[in-house]
Write a protein that binds this ligand. Structure first.
Ligand SMILES: Nc1ncnc2c1ncn2[C@@H]1O[C@H](COP(=O)(O)OP(=O)(O)O)[C@@H](O)[C@H]1O
Ligand SMILES: [Mg+2]
Length: 257
């Protein structure tokens, strides 16, 4: 797919796409959790819900009652990208660019323009992509230049993650990382269990971390910000915090037993 319209933005800033191919692998959960962790460590973070038809990052960031503006306000000229952000009331440094509540059809260049406006306002722009590797996905991909490909252990998710990584490579992405999600505690013994090993082999990009299966996510009604703010972090919250630290260049070993 060498369509020039979908080429990546020219920027040295840190814009990460959360992608997977398959729906339900945890893109939105991980983008919200890692965004919260980065902000809690003092970074300025914009979480951008680029799943334009299935808006839900407002729920995952705990901001769905707060988001007054969205991407359509920027594209239709009512707000600048900065003005359309929803700041998190309890996590300084974290804000959301919500997906439009109505159907809009931006062009990749529109997404790149909004990314260019947002990048000077933050240290990290985390872009939550829709499932699939079609035009809607490539639209989200136009807003970033690095990616975290999220996969669960099941074979269909792993296959889709591999295809997604291939597509991102074809779009010009050069920094691709794999995040394994919903990892069963028994998978992480002294080395990796079979599933995790197979995932790393098949997707063929470096592992940035794993996130363990965590029932608290559902108990908190998918408010991942609330999960990250708990005084006593759950294993998944620690895992997402570790990934955030690795993104900032820290060397954080995988918590293998
Ligand atoms: N590590 C985890 N532990 C438990 N549940 C999870 C975990 N990650 C994601 N989920 C749940 O899986 C479902 C899909 O996650 P989501 O982030 O919406 O995926 P995607 O954005 O890739 O479609 C949600 O119900 C979410 O709460
Ligand atoms: Mg999602």
């Amino acid at each position: 797919m060498n369509d020039a319209r979908f080429s990546r933005p020219r920027t040295s800033s840190r814009a990460y796409l959360f992608a997977s191919g398959k729906g339900g692998s945890g893109k939105s959960t991980l983008s919200a959790g890692i965004a919260a962790a980065l902000a809690m460590s003092g970074k300025r973070v914009v979480a951008w819900d680029a799943d334009l038809l299935m808006r839900n990052l407002d729920i995952y960031t705990g901001l769905y009652e707060h988001a007054l503006f969205d991407l359509s306000d920027v594209l239709e000229g009512r707000k600048s990208a900065g003005e359309a952000l929803t700041p998190h009331p309890e996590i300084p440094g974290l804000s959301l660019l919500a997906a439009p509540a109505k159907r809009i059809a931006p062009a990749p260049e529109d997404m790149r323009r909004v990314a260019r406006e947002l990048l000077p306002l933050c240290d990290y722009l985390l872009v939550d992509a829709p499932a699939g590797i079609d035009d809607a996905f490539r639209l989200a991909a136009a807003a970033a230049d690095r990616a975290i490909v999220v996969s669960t252990a099941d074979l269909s998710s792993v296959g889709d993650a591999a295809r997604c990584a291939g597509e991102l490579d074809a779009l010009g992405y050069r920094r691709l990382f794999l995040a394994a999600n919903r990892v069963a505690p028994r998978e992480i013994g002294r080395g990796f269990g079979l599933n995790l090993d197979r995932m790393i082999d098949r997707v063929g990009i470096p592992l940035i971390g794993f996130v363990r299966e965590d029932r608290t996510v559902v108990r908190l009604d998918q408010n991942v910000s609330a999960l990250m703010m708990r005084k006593k972090p759950t294993p998944a919250a620690r895992d997402m915090r570790d990934i955030a630290r690795r993104l900032t260049g820290e060397r954080v070993p995988l918590p293998l037993r």
